[in-house]
Design a protein around this ligand. Sequence first.
Ligand code: ZN
Ligand code: ZN
Ligand code: ZN
Length: 372
Amino acid sequence: MPNPFTVQDFAARLARATEAAARAGLSGLLVTPGPDLVYLTGYQPVAITERLTALVLAPDRPPTMIVPKLERPDAEGAAGAGALTLTDWVDGEDPYAAAVPLLDPQGRYAVSDAAWAMHLLGLQEALPATAYVPVTRALPMLRAVKDADELERLAAAGAAADQAYHRILQVPFAGRRENEVAADLAALLTEFGHSQVDFTVVGSGPNGANPHHEADDRVIRAGDTVVLDFGGLKHGYGSDTTRTVHVGADVPEEVRTVHEVVRRAQQAAFEAVRPGVACQEIDRVARAVITEAGYGEYFIHRTGHGIGVTTHEPPYMVEGEEQPLVPGMCFSIEPGIYLPGRFGVRIEDIVTVTETGGWRFNSTPHDLAVVH
Ligand code: ZN
Ligand code: ZN
Ligand code: ZN
């Protein structure tokens, strides 16, 4: 178990976020329950409901969180509560009126992407001259660069996913439904310390051609190529890895060829990782390998996404993302080839940027493993 984050850790994150908002020309940051709030305060309400909870960060005031009074004891118990001033409102009061003193009536704030519309509209009605931009647009790199304690957690999550992969190779595939193998994967992630399973993709045969297929009732057969993509949270940080396997040792030539192209694309993109390189360059490098091999039109998904307290977040490895890589950023490299109606191949590792290049948090073999 890694050392828990301290009040000082949260205070530093709060200060950094407040500074970043000011540097972006904003009055501050309005954070509602979800990953930004977990990152900044360690607080996650038991249920995210219609009752307003919001953290307001602004350079001219201490970090202040408004909570429903009945949830105040929970908020006081959060790991970062010591770095916050708490205020509350009571059922029957207007929560937006209660939040008004925390906001600049002319202010422009970055607001959590997933803030409930009813809350944002309530605040806008109470303070019509305020303006809001989503955090991902205003401060996309807010959580992107991980410190040593966060990297330790991401490494542990990756190692646990790798253990799950080694074990899933031992379970029977042929004759079982995708859903059954997916349940095995979920159980393995849990066994290796995940507290939350986010996805367990088992894309057999033609289902593998849909990058976002999860798992369904299809019965897996000998001769199927199967995409396995799974991950979740361990100690509050994400894992996400993909390997493609084949049911039975009789692997068709085309499956071998496609798999080798994807493997080379993943390796080339990994080798392109170093500080200062634009995110889109990682996508371009992977895409060039696949395009040159003649499969460009079947690489229909971006090359990667950031990972941290969630399994999908900025920075995105996609054309148009010019953000330069910075040591401590963590993201997936997951090129794939998706042949409609036939099969798909994807290989995915989580990678972090070091001073000199890239470092993988997943280290299971990239070969096309044979399962039975
Ligand atoms: Zn995707
Ligand atoms: Zn994945
Ligand atoms: Zn991914």
